[in-house]
Design a protein around this ligand. Structure first.
Ligand SMILES: [Zn+2]
Length: 157
């Protein structure tokens, strides 16, 4: 029996959101001090548009793991959503708002467009599925995300 807890991500009305968007999805105090925040970078419209191909989501994950850290020391983790419609970014509390995240995300995603290879995908030593990548797919998804830059903070219509 699974313990009944509230998981914020599953409380979100996925029919009501309008992708692409950036949303603050969590903020937790760490025992002993400090905060951890979680952000959604939603790339495709849930259950309407095709989700990101897994190779694309994987390459976005790898690249943003590097490029977001070029613009902030407060990135803790970058990971693909299991539903493949976007990426989670975990940060320290220094990235306190979706607006803060947007500034870093937009710069990191612009850098993605300049990549000529997928970092961390050079060999089986650095990645669990190092052939499961699509740089061109990642660039296409990034372009679609940035095409909506003005509206990235509008989660709902
Ligand atoms: Zn990998």
């Amino acid at each position: 029996m699974i313990k009944k807890v509230v998981v914020e991500s599953f409380e979100l009305d996925h029919d009501a959101v309008v992708a692409p968007y950036i949303r603050k999805a969590g903020d937790k105090e760490i025992p002993g001090g400090g905060r951890v925040c979680k952000y959604d970078l939603r790339f495709t419209q849930p259950n309407v548009e095709p989700h990101l191909p897994i190779e694309t989501a994987h390459s976005i994950e790898h690249i943003l793991a590097f490029t977001l850290r070029e613009f902030s020391d407060d990135i803790i983790g970058v990971s693909p959503m299991g539903c493949l419609t976007g990426i989670y970014v975990i940060t320290t509390g220094n990235i306190a708002t979706a607006d803060d995240m947007k500034e870093i995300a937009v710069q990191g995603i612009r850098r993605l467009l300049e990549c000529e290879t997928v970092p961390g995908a050079e060999s089986s030593k650095s990645c669990g599925s190092y052939l499961l990548h699509d740089l061109e797919g990642a660039k296409k998804a990034a372009q679609a995300f940035l095409a909506n830059e003005e509206n990235l903070l509008n989660v709902f219509a």
